[in-house]
Design a protein around this ligand. Structure first.
Ligand code: NAD
Ligand code: IPM
Ligand code: MN
Length: 362
């Protein structure tokens, strides 16, 4: 029976609406399995800027460093998206916490619940059976390379795509290790026909591959990969790629799972992990109680498994999500034309049903 301290960073927009349910799921798991989880809410993003002037206040970072795991919703607000000149921005808080905690590995499983095969805009026969595990490098690449600045009186802007062999090696090793427990195929996605940083990426992945002779390594250019993902997702097992390519490819891959509202992620590395849905603060639906909380709930399953080694508890969460979907319940984003109106749930109704299943199953 474990004692764990979990920091909840709701953030902005639909972030707090969905982490409320992640929190409730964890609370119920603790009660059922006899653990003691304590929860501490802290500020990040626009909410933190409003309260303190900073997107990641020291208090938040200190609490996260002391925590056993972190559950994060999303950051971002149209106020900044509509005004590129703003210097202090919500997303800086997220990038800073990932960097400060050394979370260089972002694991994004593309898990398809069979019941949702028809919710996607891709044909169900193409999707069924797809199972992809993305390893997105999270603390390097163009997101962090220097210089990043305006030059020539603001007329020119520079970002730098930078990778070191060390950064590529450590994420590639994680991907190959995972592939050994799966179908033993790694797709490494880059743009080595154009970018020097991608040539270093490819060279380093080849070096790592030598230690995993059983794993088939396929190099793919990002432009082709984004097409292949939709054409034939079943060809992929583990995908490893850089920060920005991984960001873009996984939003695309969410259409395999049916919706951005279904994809969970784990950001892990040197210390305490952050568990976060891959979606953003969704200002277009914020405050309406219609966001899909399942990506966040599934992120708690990753948290229980990866950070706490609680496989049974993690499975209880996934099984509850599966059961609710099998009963035909949907949030708007995963509803189909033929979904009966009384099966279309609000955020809170969906959260409640998942929690009820967790309680009932154990
Ligand atoms: P977004 O992911 O917030 O939304 C994209 C689309 O998906 C929207 O139509 C939205 O309504 C829908 N969607 C997203 N999550 C959903 C859910 N759980 N249920 C139902 N529908 C959902 O991306 P965006 O609109 O490009 O960005 C909005 C803001 O979020 C920006 O400020 C951006 O910087 C930020 N953002 C933050 C994160 C993060 O915190 N990890 C990730 C992506 C975007
Ligand atoms: C994500 C988001 C973030 C990213 C932004 C908000 C900084 O899109 O978590 O996928 O690009 O990493
Ligand atoms: Mn993203």
């Amino acid at each position: 029976m474990a004692n764990k301290n979990i920091v909840i960073l709701g953030g902005d927009g639909i972030g707090p609406e969905v982490t409320a349910w992640g929190n409730d799921v964890l609370k119920n798991i603790a009660e059922i399995f006899g653990h003691t989880f304590s929860f501490q809410n802290e500020l990040i993003g626009h909410a933190a800027i409003e309260a303190t002037g900073e997107p990641l206040p020291d208090k938040t970072l200190d609490a996260c460093k002391q925590a056993d795991a972190i559950l994060l919703g999303a950051v971002g607000h149209p106020m900044y998206d509509n005004d590129p000149s703003k210097q202090v921005r919500p997303e800086q808080g997220l990038l800073k916490i990932r960097k400060s905690l050394g979370l260089y590995t972002n694991i994004r499983p593309i898990k398809i619940f069979d019941e949702l095969a028809h919710a996607s805009s891709i044909k169900s026969e193409i999707l069924k059976g797809s199972d992809i595990l993305f390893f997105r490098e999270l603390t390097g690449g163009i997101y962090f390379g220097e210089p990043r600045e305006r030059q020539e009186n603001g007329e020119v802007a520079i970002d730098t795509m930078r990778y070191s062999k060390m950064e590529v090696r450590r994420i590639a090793e994680k991907a190959f290790e995972a592939a050994m427990t799966r179908r033993k195929i790694v797709h490494s996605v880059d743009k080595a026909n154009v970018l020097e940083s991608s040539r270093l990426w490819r060279e380093t992945v080849n070096e790592v591959a030598k230690n995993y002779p059983e794993v088939e390594l396929v190099h793919m250019f990002i432009d082709n990969a984004s097409m292949q993902l939709i054409k034939d997702p079943k060809q992929f097992d583990v995908v490893v790629t850089g920060n920005m390519f991984g960001d873009i490819l996984t939003d695309e891959a969410s259409q395999i799972a049916g919706s951005l509202g279904m994809l969970a992620s784990a950001s892990v590395g040197d210390s305490v992990g952050i568990f976060e849905p891959i979606h953003g603060s969704a200002p277009d639906i914020a405050g309406q109680n219609i966001a899909n909380p399942l990506a966040t709930i599934l992120s708690t399953a990753l948290l229980l498994d990866i950070s706490f080694g609680m496989q049974e508890e993690s499975k209880a969460v996934i099984d509850a999500v599966d059961a609710v979907l099998k009963e035909g319940y949907r949030t708007t984003d995963i509803a189909e034309q033929q979904t009966p109106k009384d099966k279309i749930l609000s955020t809170d109704e969906m959260g409640k049903r998942v929690v009820a299943h967790i309680k009932q199953a154990v």
